[in-house]
Design a protein around this ligand. Structure first.
Ligand SMILES: [Zn+2]
Length: 375
């Protein structure tokens, strides 16, 4: 395990690479972004919108996959207010307990921008069984919802015959992952390994029927090729802070006064539901880093905090599994806390973790040193 010299990202992140100076690909991309001509990119987006804008009105022009979060507010603002499009919003709910902020935000996004929104509520029976199975076997507790989040907007775009499908940022490109070439097209996003294809026989063996497994398969190539899914982060200057500020102006609420999370450094990202947070937190036992590493690395790249400050935040936060996340996941899947920890214990990566004198998993001491030094 080695760490970027500039930010605090380790090489255990799937797909990340480092250059000969020890700088990670996400930092290299962030530096490259500073040279982008945003006026030109804006023009490219206008041209693309013109291609898909329906002339006579009374019809949708595009689909936007939204969660109600700050980035969703930015996507809708750009497409509706700046580009003058008439988007159809689609959202995929999960089966966890939503935060009050999320309840407000998903309602707000349709209300503030005067739009229609389709909310898909997944099959609870399949959701419970698959979530528990995927957690215990692969450490992917939110795979079922993440998968639907990836597949459904594509199916909807096809059903409504709306080729222009708008996503926010290209996670692989911005933060290091399998996509290393910058492109506006999100057509290959489904293959980025966030919620990979799984042989459905695994779920059939759990007693689930094909009727319950609808929409879990990757849309076929013919369908994908008819669509033009895009990453908005290619066309506009994208940042957590500016999206948050803009979203607030349009009525977005953060978690202030509702939930202080033990493993986050902000109160406005990933705020949809309590249990869903387990999905991203699982990067910690598997790869030794999670939210605080991701978020503080971004702040370092933007010059908002120093590397030393980022190390401190990561050491304070990353290992914490927030109790409300754990309890909500157990409540949804019907697991006891004991069963939960028994499964979690097996998922810690023995190459990078060891147990301390209190029986808690901690990164091996050498990695704390390496992270501090950036080597
Ligand atoms: Zn870096």
């Amino acid at each position: 395990m080695r760490f970027c010299k500039k930010c605090v990202m380790p090489d255990t992140r799937p797909g990340i690479t480092f250059d000969e100076n020890g700088i990670c690909i996400a930092c290299q991309h962030a530096m490259k972004k500073k040279t982008v001509n945003w006026d030109e990119r804006h023009k490219e987006l206008e041209n693309l919108c013109d291609k898909y804008r329906r002339k006579k009105g009374g019809e949708y022009d595009c689909i936007i996959a939204v969660s109600g979060g700050k980035d969703s507010h930015r996507q809708v603002y750009t497409m509706k207010e700046e580009m003058g499009m008439n988007p159809l919003l689609v959202t995929v709910e999960d089966l966890f307990t939503p935060t009050n902020a999320a309840r407000h935000n998903i309602r707000n996004i349709a209300e503030a921008f005067h739009l229609h929104l389709i909310a898909f509520k997944p099959n609870p029976h399949a959701g419970k069984i698959i979530s528990r199975y995927m957690f215990e076997k692969y450490g992917r507790p939110t795979w079922y919802f993440d998968r639907l989040l990836y597949t459904l907007p594509l199916y909807y775009a096809s059903i409504f015959n709306l080729p222009l499908l708008v996503y926010g940022e290209n996670v692989s490109y911005e933060y290091g992952g399998l996509d290393c070439e910058e492109t506006y097209s999100a057509r290959e996003q489904i293959f980025n390994n966030v919620a990979p294809d799984i042989d459905l026989n695994e779920f059939r063996q759990l007693g689930l029927t094909d009727d319950e497994l609808i929409y879990l398969t990757t849309p076929n190539r013919d369908l994908l090729d008819k669509l033009d899914p895009i990453y908005l982060s290619y066309f506009i200057k994208w940042s957590d802070q500016s999206n948050y500020e803009l979203a607030k102006q349009w009525g977005f609420k953060d978690l202030s006064g509702e939930w202080t999370r033990s493993n986050h450094i902000d109160n406005y990202s990933h705020i949809d539901s309590f249990g869903w947070g387990l999905g991203s937190w699982m990067k910690y036992p598997k790869f030794g880093h999670t939210f605080a590493t991701d978020a503080s690395s971004r702040l370092v790249r933007q010059g908002l905090i120093t590397r030393e400050e980022a190390v401190k935040l990561v050491e304070e936060k990353d290992h914490n599994l927030d109790q409300r996340v754990r309890d909500d996941f157990c409540a949804m899947t019907g697991m006891t806390t004991h069963e939960f920890y028994e499964a979690l214990d097996k998922l810690y990566n023995r190459d990078i973790f060891e147990k301390n004198e209190f029986g808690q998993w901690r990164l091996k001491t050498e990695y704390y040193e390496k992270r501090r030094k950036g080597e």
